[in-house]
Design a protein around this ligand. Structure first.
Ligand SMILES: NC(=O)c1ccc[n+]([C@@H]2O[C@H](COP(=O)([O-])OP(=O)(O)OC[C@H]3O[C@@H](n4cnc5c(N)ncnc54)[C@H](O)[C@@H]3O)[C@@H](O)[C@H]2O)c1
Length: 515
């Protein structure tokens, strides 16, 4: 492996999976906050607030770090507040140039980023490399938009006019989930910064590493100190950010229950929120579809990142007349997926994020079997040959004999579990597909162009696919309907979520006052 020894600023990590040793004698690696342009330790370290981060692949301790309490959150927000004046006064082009340099630095360091993303998340390295690119894409894309963020000119009577400006909001906070850490840091910081805001990010407590590396990159690229900050911690740190009076907006990615708490915490300060929440997305396969493509789409829609993906098509509706062909091809391809060492290039299913998540998935599977589901393949805990790999590995699972009211079909499992449901008519399947509180994504496979658009038009989901699934492009908005969220990430529309409109009336004549 190319990275036997990696040195992060302030932290030395020896060996491919060794426990990290730090400049602080391996006791309290405190340099995982990023405030005012540098990695920092909380000013008043509290030994009772140390967070242990385990490596998913091995189950070993990866890193220990200090949780950020009120003082540290305030320090990060104040750093962002002080930086706002300078950053927001730059032209879009000036901001753009700095961001472009940042994107280039990540490209130069992409293997290092991918390595750490894999160690932090347990996902296969080939996927981590793609994730790094999604962050690069966001920084490049929003840097491209920055110079063209502008308002409107509106002519009024008698030569008077009004104009609008798109102004930044101020300090924006981001809170991330553990399944796509660098992507979330990129998707949230890039539009925030491009629009002239400054930013404080709290990654998930399970995946703290790459967000801090991104801070170093931004600083190296010339981002003024304080524009991008990171605080570490779990829910309490997140709440402190949401409630902080100097935070103008919160962009949150995570589960529906937490999203609801974030919205409530932000409500006190009348702050805007972007919420990217959970899903239970449907994929409908009609009999006329190209079945190999449909099988590929169903697998993309279920087995990336060990199935820990919000938009996953965990309910695959297959027209009964092609069920047998579809299922045999799906099972054959799924059973071939290599489960194991996330650092191997040909691994397709890595380690679950932690034991609790693996237990949760296995509990759903046990419940599904009790409710009558049949395991067509997978769904077992796998023990890799390498004794170092003591994490939790689950073989990708296809469930048949499912019905709509099973728990596994109704709730978000967040693991490699695909439920197959048969259907006979278009009308019936649309109603069943929409029968969920979620609305993140949805898809259809058919060669009938008219039907494809007719079905998608009725689908209650924010991100829809015809003849593919789970592809993303930074130029295309992503987000959910119903309980799956509010607002969008990616695409030009995101500028609206990181700016506020100022209207200015300009009188060119005399004031016509009736007093
Ligand atoms: N829609 C999307 O784009 C998207 C993407 C990825 C994951 N998700 C969803 O995320 C969930 C899995 O991630 P998770 O387990 O990390 O979610 P989670 O809701 O448990 O945690 C998400 C983040 O919120 C923080 N948090 C917890 N309580 C908080 C509070 N009261 N106030 C503020 N922040 C708080 C956590 O520390 C973490 O950083 C799934 O439901 C998945 O569908 C959605």
């Amino acid at each position: 492996m190319w990275l036997q020894q990696v040195v992060l600023r302030g932290v030395q990590v020896v060996g491919r999976r060794g426990v990290c040793t730090t400049v602080n004698n391996g006791k309290l690696p405190l340099h995982f906050n990023y405030i005012n342009g540098e990695r920092v330790s909380p000013l008043n370290p509290d030994p009772s607030q140390v967070m242990k981060v385990l490596e998913p692949a091995t189950g070993d301790l990866l890193i220990e770090l200090q949780t950020s309490g009120p003082d540290e959150v305030n320090r990060a927000v104040q750093s962002a507040k002080e930086a706002f004046n300078e950053w927001s006064q730059l032209t879009g082009l000036q901001r753009s140039r700095i961001m472009q340099r940042a994107a280039q630095i990540i490209k130069d360091r992409q293997e290092e980023f991918a390595y750490w993303e894999t160690r932090d998340t347990g996902k296969p390295i080939y996927e981590a490399r793609m994730d790094i690119w999604t962050a690069i894409d966001a920084i490049e894309y929003f840097s491209g938009l920055a110079p063209s963020i502008a308002g409107q000119h509106v002519p009024l009577a008698n030569g008077s006019f009004a104009y609008t400006k798109r102004e930044p909001l101020g300090v924006c906070a981001g809170i991330g989930a553990w399944n796509y850490p660098i992507q979330m840091a990129g998707w949230k910081s890039a539009p925030a910064l491009a629009c002239g805001n400054t930013f404080v990010f709290k990654p998930s407590q399970f995946t703290p590493i790459t967000a801090v590396m991104l801070g170093e990159v931004y600083t190296e690229a010339g981002l003024p100190h304080g524009c991008y900050n990171v605080v570490q911690g779990a829910g309490e740190t997140g709440t402190l950010l949401c409630e902080h009076p100097d935070v103008a907006k919160v962009s949150f990615t995570g589960s529906v229950p937490t999203g609801s708490k974030v919205m409530a915490a932000a409500a006190g300060g009348i702050k805007t929120v972007t919420l990217e929440l959970g899903g239970k997305s449907p994929l409908i396969v009609f009999a006329d579809a190209n079945l190999d493509n449909a099988v590929g789409g169903a697998m993309l829609g279920n087995f990336l990142s060990q199935g820990e993906v919000c938009s996953n098509a965990t309910r695959v509706f297959v027209e009964n007349s092609v069920m047998d062909q579809f299922l045999s091809r799906l099972v054959e391809r799924t059973a071939r997926m290599k489960v194991g060492d996330p650092m191997d290039d040909d691994t397709r299913v890595g380690a679950m994020i932690h034991q609790d998540q693996a237990d949760k998935v296995m509990t759903y599977l046990e419940g599904a079997k009790k409710e009558g589901a049949v395991v067509a393949c997978g769904g077992e805990m796998v023990t890799p040959d390498d004794p170092q790999l003591k994490g939790c590995y689950i073989s990708p699972c296809v469930l048949t004999n499912c019905h709509d009211d099973m728990t596994v079909v109704r709730e978000e499992v967040f693991g490699p579990v695909l439920s197959i449901l048969g259907f006979d008519t278009e009308e019936e399947v649309i109603e069943r597909a929409n029968d969920t509180e979620f609305g993140l994504a949805g898809g259809v496979f058919t060669n009938d162009l008219t039907r494809a658009h007719r079905v998608i038009a009725q689908m209650q989901a924010g991100t829809c696919y015809i003849n593919n699934f789970n592809i993303i492009d930074v130029a295309v908005p992503f987000g959910g309907f119903k309980k799956s969220g509010l607002g969008r990430e990616n695409g030009v529309v995101t500028v609206e979520y990181y700016t506020q409109v100022k209207t200015v009336y300009v009188e060119m004549g005399d004031v016509d006052a009736p007093f």
